[in-house]
Design a protein around this ligand. Structure first.
Ligand SMILES: [Zn+2]
Length: 119
């Protein structure tokens, strides 16, 4: 079993990370449920203006924000999955049933595999 101390420490880290990501993603404020984007969150589309050059910048910004949003959503899924595992008592267990090394969990609270089974 991983130590209670590490569990508490990582829970705090995960909750902080969850809060940070949700803040960056803009919470539910811009959740539109249209299915237009892979997750629940829609990146903000900056209106820079209607001149030709400005529109090109808007599209570029939008593309950048979309990939940032996707990465954050993936990270959020990992964080929430780790938190769920803490709830049901399977946190720190590799998919193959091994215990994940404490040093590994310390370095990466969302680690899902032990050293042996890391890709
Ligand atoms: Zn393993």
């Amino acid at each position: 079993m991983i130590s209670k101390e590490l569990l508490e420490e990582n829970k705090k880290k995960l909750l902080d990370e969850q809060k940070r990501i949700k803040t960056v993603l803009g919470h539910e404020d811009i959740k539109d449920g249209s299915g237009e984007f892979p997750g629940e969150y829609k990146p903000k589309y900056d209106e820079l203006g209607n001149e030709e050059g400005e529109n090109a910048s808007e599209v570029e910004n939008f593309g950048n924000q979309l990939s940032v949003t996707e990465n954050l959503e993936e990270q959020l899924i990992r964080v929430e999955s780790a938190l769920a595992k803490m709830e049901n008592g399977t946190y720190g267990i590799c998919a193959q049933g091994d215990e994940i090394e404490e040093g590994r969990l310390r370095a990466n609270p969302t680690a899902e595999t032990c050293m042996n089974h890391a890709q």
